[in-house]
Design a protein around this ligand. Structure first.
Ligand SMILES: *Cc1c(COP(=O)(O)O)cnc(C)c1O
Length: 354
């Protein structure tokens, strides 16, 4: 398939104030778009000016939520070059999500190549300040105008880019986490392992309640027994328990995070024993009190590593250690970001340079 490059008549000046970038609010001048029709396959791939879509009000995505997305970042390095972190993993996961949602798969290497071309056009939009990056959002939506319930015969796949600020301004802040004993995010056999918008729509109500009560995030338990901790918002959860790293196994209800995967590799390299098993909520609450649980952190592309300060469940709250980011948590945060920003070598070939 050819990639058409459409002209852009009035480029906007890139980022005016790098210090005040709000996550996901500002977008670059161009985007990648391609279209799919049953019988024809993917076609009309192009890099074009960033612009709204005109969609039929009956477009299936609006009614039955056939939608998937990805999230990755491009980093500006000290020498000015631009690096992507494990982009092939994101496009492989995009296709796994597509299969689960009965959407057409994409040619992963074509899409990665198109993304690299798009970022080359938009290179001035990759911010320079410490901790900043260009957030990349590949998305696919069902566009066929049709109210019957079945997979769509038409799709749009697009990639938009958004310069984002350092997640942590003024130091890494530990989060206060509410463990929901009622609401659930994903059930076995459901769509928890697909990166699809519906999972997020379903999580908003509990997240809103958590925010109203002063919590930063919701930690989801398994839907069946409401006993085993699974993941948080848009992050996987890792625990330092009895000196070992414990994290939820990937059995369909937890998203296969690329930051999770990278963290496990680095922690294994540091000599930590890793157990992919479901920690119970009692182990978390008692462990924080009796000292068996010394650190806990979330992993995800947007935050990289997010230390947990305290957990609250039903009527009680427990603080982890002294409530400050753990030593291992911070070591891991620096190791990972140093590879991303090219301050340390990349022995795992995680980085793709533009
Ligand atoms: C995207 C996402 C993550 C984190 O995945 P990364 O690949 O590390 O960014 C974790 N949980 C959920 C539900 C997600 O959507």
């Amino acid at each position: 398939m050819d990639l058409q490059i459409l002209p852009i008549d009035q480029p906007n000046p890139p980022i005016s104030d790098e210090n005040n970038l709000v996550f996901g609010k500002q977008f670059t001048d161009r985007m990648f778009v391609m279209e799919y029709d049953t019988g024809k396959g993917w076609h009309s791939a192009r890099i074009q000016p960033y612009a709204p879509f005109v969609l039929d009000p009956a477009a299936m995505v609006f009614h039955y939520a056939q939608e998937i997305f990805e999230g990755l970042k491009a980093f500006r390095r000290a020498d000015g070059t631009i690096a992507l972190f494990r982009p092939a993993d994101n496009f492989a996961r995009f296709n796994r999500s597509a299969r689960r949602m009965c959407m057409p798969e994409v040619d992963e290497s074509f899409l990665l190549d198109a993304l690299l071309k798009l970022i080359r056009f938009e290179a001035d939009w990759v911010p320079h300040n410490e901790g900043t990056s260009l957030y990349i959002r590949p998305t696919m939506i069902a566009t066929e105008p049709m109210l019957g319930v079945r997979p769509s015969n038409k799709y749009l796949c697009y990639i938009i880019l958004s310069p984002v600020g350092a997640y942590y301004k003024g130091g890494v802040a530990p989060v206060k986490i509410w463990i929901s004993d009622y609401y659930v995010r994903a059930t076995e056999g459901g769509t928890g392992e697909a990166k699809t918008g519906g999972n997020y729509a379903a999580s908003l109500y509990a997240a809103k309640q958590a925010a109203e009560n002063g919590y930063d995030q919701v930690l989801w338990l398994d839907a069946k027994e409401k006993r085993f901790v699974e993941e948080v918002g848009s992050m996987n959860m890792l625990f330092l328990y009895d000196g070992k790293i414990i994290t939820s196994p990937l059995r369909g209800t937890v998203l296969d995070g690329i930051t999770r995967r990278s963290a496990l590799t680095l922690l294994g390299e540091m000599g930590y024993q890793i157990e992919e098993r479901a920690l119970t909520v009692d182990e978390v609450m008692e462990g924080a009190t009796n000292g068996r649980l010394t650190e806990a952190f979330g992993t995800g592309t947007a935050v990289v590593i997010s230390p947990v300060g305290s957990f609250c469940y039903k009527e009680s709250c427990v603080q982890l250690g002294d409530g400050q980011p753990g030593k291992l948590t911070m070591k891991l945060y620096h190791q990972l970001t140093d590879i991303q920003y090219g301050k340390e070598p990349d022995p795992y070939s995680w980085v793709t340079l533009l």
